[in-house]
Every structure is written in C-alpha cells, then in structure tokens.
Design a binder for this molecule. Sequence first.
Ligand code: KG4
Ligand code: ZN
Length: 347
Amino acid sequence: MYILGIDTSCDDTSAAVVTDQHQVLSSIVNSQIKLHHPYGGVVPELASREHLRNMVPVVETALFTAGLGFTDLAGIAVTIGPGLIGSLLVGLYYAKAVAFVHQIPLVGINHLEGHILSILLEEKRPEFPFLALTVSGGHTSLYLVEDYGIYRSLGQTLDDAAGEAYDKVAKILGLGYPGGAALEKLAREGVKNRIGFPRAFLAPNSYDFSFSGLKTSVALYIKRWEQEQKQSQQVKIADIAASFQEAVVDVLAQKLIKAWESTGTRSVVIAGGVACNQALRDRLQQEADRYGFAFFYPRPAYCTDNGAMIALAGLYRLTRGERAEGTLDVRSRFSIEELAPGRKHEG
Ligand code: KG4
Ligand code: ZN
C-alpha cells in the first residue's frame, strides 16, 4: 500500500511516498530559503507563487523516484493547517484535483500531527505512550502521545517558538535567515556558560514556554557589547551564540524531564526543525542516560518539514476509514486538540 504525502504549509514544497510498513520510498523537498533570504523571513505571497511553480514537478519526482504512478496510490494525505493560507491552498487544491481525477482516497492532515509522528518513519521507534516535544519555527509544544490520533497537549509557547527565537537572534548576529543551523555552528566555537541569559520557567508546574524575554535580553546584550566590549574581544560573538543556545536547551530539557517524571512514560521524542540541533540532542541524551528514559529523534530530513511525515499520518487516518469531504478547506490555525477521536475536521 502506497501513500503520497504533500506538505506546503510554509516555505517548502514537499512530497513523499511511504508504504504501509512505514518505508519511505521517496521524499522530495523543494526549499524556498534562497527566495526568502533577502527579506529576512518568509514572504507569504512569494511562497504561494513558488509552491504553484513547484507543486507538479515535486510530486512527479516523488512518484518517479518511488517507481510509481498515480494509479498505484492507495491514498493521498495533504496538510491542511496550521500554516500560511496561500501556501496551504496550493497543496490542498492540487491534491483534491489529482484525487478526483484518479479517484484516489484523500485525507487532510494537521501539520503538527505529522511532526509528532515523524519518529515512526525511523526503524528505531518508541512505543506508545511517549512524550513528544515539537520544536520548530512556528511551534514549541509538549504532548503526551497516547496512541495514533490521541495527543494530550501539556504545554506550549506563550510567545515565540524556539526556532523563531533562534532565527531572530541569528538575524541580530547577522547570520541570515533562517539562522538556526548557522547559530548552532557559531555556538560550537563559544563558551556556553559565558553569559547567564534568563531562563523563563513560568509557574512551578507549568509546561508552557516563553522565549521572547530571552530574545530581548540577547538583543540588549549585543547592543551594549557592540559599544563596550566588541573591540576587546573579552566576550566573543560565539560566546553570545553559545550562551543563548544553552538558555534555550536548558529550559527545553528541564521542562521535558519534569513532564517525563510526572507522566511516567518510557520514551521521550523530539521533532521539528530545532530537533536537528546537536546541542539539544546531546543534552537530552545525557539526561536520558542519567534518568533512564529512552530518547528518540528523527534524522534531520524528517525533523524539518517533509511530505513523509504527512503520508505517515495519512496512512493511519486512511486505514481507519477517514476520507476528506469535498468541502475540506485549509486552516491557518488548527489546534491538535481538535483531532480528538470522533471529532470531525470542519472546513
Ligand atoms: O520544522 P521546520 O522545518 O519548519 C516549521 O514548521 O517551522 O523548522 C524550521 C526551524 C527554523 O526556525 C530553523 O531556524 C530551525 O528550525 N532550525 C534549527 C536548526 N536547524 C533548523 N534551530 C536550531 N538548530 C538547528 N540546527
Ligand atoms: Zn513544521
């Protein structure tokens, strides 16, 4: 059984073919980073236009790589939200057209469900229930994943997402957009405890996050540093990057451990673009060794946006008989709670 997964939620045009054994036969991602780079962020209108341009070749390449045609597909899964409306529309209406023409079952997928389940594309997989921390450019959320489709939200960011904080600080440091990976690279040359940037733990038992105070604190520090210390090089720019990263990683790790202690799950999973970060992976691996939980993270290509995770979520939903109605529409906001079993997506 072959499922085609399509994701156009933000600035990547992605398509992949996944089997019912979770094998990824192809995963094609057309990145728009170069297009948006000069603007320091994603320009929604440009993103939609670029998706239109790339949608057909990306899907054709995914099918070609898998050695399949449309008629071989048992289903199509397409992201319907959350994300940029114009971008999502391209993916959904393309999928609707193809599904209609070839009479293929179609299902709409929540992008966050894709990230949560992305670890199941790997051979080394956790068993349910597990804790999942999704950290990306748009989201930072902690879930108790009880089973396919059953996600209990424990906490989320109250302001900036972790990736957004990385991107904003990277921009101040002149590292370009999106700057998460570049900032990590710079941080490797710095001393992580050089500057004690603030950590927001919020209420004692809160699993919510807040990164905007940290971002402001780093921005103010850099302003002062440029005036007073830059010349002397007592504190290097890499030290600032490393200290910022340490503050982010520290909060994520501490909250995750607390949640693990209170839920008693065996396994902890991270997903989303920031899950590519080696400092975060290393820290959580250390904690896993210390506390005795099993720690899982997908390979980088499945951490960042991709069609394979959408196909996988689609496989589960199509297998249990879900089908998109003709009125299915995109949603810029789409909370994971709305996926509660038995609840229908509204357009
Ligand atoms: O999951 P993703 O591809 O897209 C969203 O759904 O947002 O995540 C992109 C985010 C960006 O903010 C990017 O800067 C961040 O992930 N990112 C990283 C790293 N690689 C990507 N952040 C920190 N360290 C990295 N190595
Ligand atoms: Zn994403």
